[in-house]
Write a protein that binds this ligand. Structure first.
Ligand SMILES: [Zn+2]
Length: 319
């Protein structure tokens, strides 16, 4: 409710509340909106036309201006710490070589303003704080790390990073990100950033549009995105392309320890049909574990079609 953002006694914007809810670059614009002190009836009006009537032209202008404002803000943040001294570690974040969209996502995550159900419930936008996919209690950690889909995506992306993320149990998203930025090499942090964003995007698609992207597809997207970043980086870092070459080598999935099998099961289910796939390997080769892969595939198929509420299920990775 807008009224919650206004201090009724002084008829001014509540700066504290604005900071909790909005992006910093939007706050001066909001503060600039004059508040009415007279008692008049509310009505819907389009702010970007004097008449209050919506036009496509003004909407286009507004979108372009918003994008320019956001770009300018991101650029400025990369160059100075003028926004806020407590934002100092974010100078590092702005230098992360990912798109502004992903940096913005990390920033929102750090402010606990990524709209997970618990955040929406806190803002009275919903009564429930249950995860839209599994029904568990939602939180940024749940959505991005612990929910089944997230866990499966991390397992495919990078086992070592996944272990590291889970081990960093910091409940505050900002501290968690700062700890990761400190602990991980830059390329690995980029991988974390892209993966967090890709998991969030695929959740949104599944919950709001009913389009389910399998963890395998998300993983492929992340891989492609990072490869494109590396290609973009290569001409500039010419004598030492070591970083890119090294991370390319790391993309091979690691073999499990002796006497363990590692099974990747994946399924995609629409209203009428489903597709499942399973890859199983032991420490020697994929061949040796073919039989177990077949069993895993059947289990995935059963889970996918057996229960209306479970759109897919995964077997644990035994490594
Ligand atoms: Zn969940």
């Amino acid at each position: 409710m807008v009224s919650e953002l206004i201090d009724a006694t002084s008829a001014t914007w509540n700066f504290q509340r604005l900071h909790e809810v909005f992006m910093p670059m939007d706050i001066p614009a909001i503060m600039g909106i004059p508040l009415c002190t007279r008692n008049v009836e509310d009505y819907w009006g389009w702010h970007f036309e004097r008449s209050g009537v919506f036009t496509v032209k003004s909407a286009y202008k507004m979108l372009v201006a918003t994008k320019l404002r956001m770009d300018a803000w991101l650029e400025e943040s990369a160059g100075s710490s003028s926004i806020n001294t407590e934002e100092k570690p974010w100078k590092m974040l702005w230098k992360t070589q990912v798109s502004g969209k992903i940096r913005m996502f990390l920033w929102r995550l750090s402010k606990h303003s990524v709209p997970t159900e618990d955040v929406r419930a806190h803002r009275h936008m919903t009564n429930l704080d249950a995860c839209g996919l599994c029904g568990g209690t939602d939180s940024w950690r749940h959505s991005l790390l612990e929910c089944t889909v997230a866990r499966c995506t991390w397992a495919l992306v990078d086992d070592d990073i996944a272990q590291h993320l889970i081990a960093t149990t910091e409940p505050d998203a900002r501290h968690w990100l700062v700890a990761l930025m400190d602990a991980l090499p830059h390329m690995q942090f980029i991988k974390v950033a892209v993966t967090l964003w890709a998991i969030w995007s695929s959740r949104r698609k599944a919950i709001h549009e009913g389009i389910f992207q399998s963890p395998q597809a998300t993983h492929m997207f992340i891989d492609r995105y990072i490869r494109d970043l590396e290609i973009l980086r290569e001409p500039r870092s010419s004598p030492s392309t070591g970083v890119a070459a090294e991370s390319r080598g790391n993309r091979r999935q690691k073999a499990p320890p002796t006497r363990y099998a590692k099974i990747h099961v994946d399924a995609r289910v629409s209203a009428r049909e489903g597709v499942t796939a399973a890859v199983c390997r032991d420490d020697q080769a994929m061949e040796a574990a073919r039989e177990r892969a077949r069993e895993a595939k059947e289990a995935a198929m059963e889970a996918a079609i057996g229960d209306d509420h479970t759109w897919y299920e995964f077997l644990p990775i035994l490594s």
